[in-house]
Ligand binder design. Sequence first.
Ligand code: TYD
Length: 214
Amino acid sequence: MLITFEGIDGAGKSTQVMKLKRYLQERGREVLALREPGGTPVAEEIRELLLESRNDITPVGELLLFAASRAELVQQVIRPALENGNDVILDRFYDSTTAYQGYGRGLDLDMLAEINRIASCSLVPDVTFYLDLTPEDALMRKFSEKSLPLAFESEELDRMENSGLDFYRRVREGYHKIGGENPNRIIIIDALLSPSEIHRKIISSIDALCTKTA
Ligand code: TYD
């Protein structure tokens, strides 16, 4: 099974990835949890290029770097793991590209769809959990213990996170559109619920999916 998590930065995906990994392992499944961009030596180097705040990268260059990182991870790690019957949980996949580079940066969505298909080797997740959070709430979370900057612009943020509040508003709207177009695959969950409530929703969907496919 390929399970992906999506959401704007700070939505709590990594906590849920870890909880779900543990849940599936307790049920005797072999689980690989990965995050994009990264996951192979070359993909990790691409990740550094993409997130280093001093790097000036064009939107198309950014798109192709995310795609290159994904192509490496899919071919070298994800596809072999799925072929071995393992479950793969992925913190971000091609919906991130549609939301961030498509809706956020404004790149052509048809062109993106083709690049996403090539980079992911046509792999489609069995289920995607989208943790929905406003950019304002995401900022509050990130800076809860510190003074709160009023925009996604700060020296403490990486290159993507420094794209500004309007960018994140477009990304969130993009996720809602993607969710609306893929109602059978994408499950939208309110990221303001407690981590254990979110986890309960996730495992009830996973259990239903396992029963359906068993
Ligand atoms: P990361 O530190 O992994 O952030 P998060 O914890 O929010 O997942 O950084 C990944 C950043 O890259 C994040 O800002 C989202 C962005 N991104 C894209 O813009 N396009 C993509 O295709 C992917 C996979 C990520």
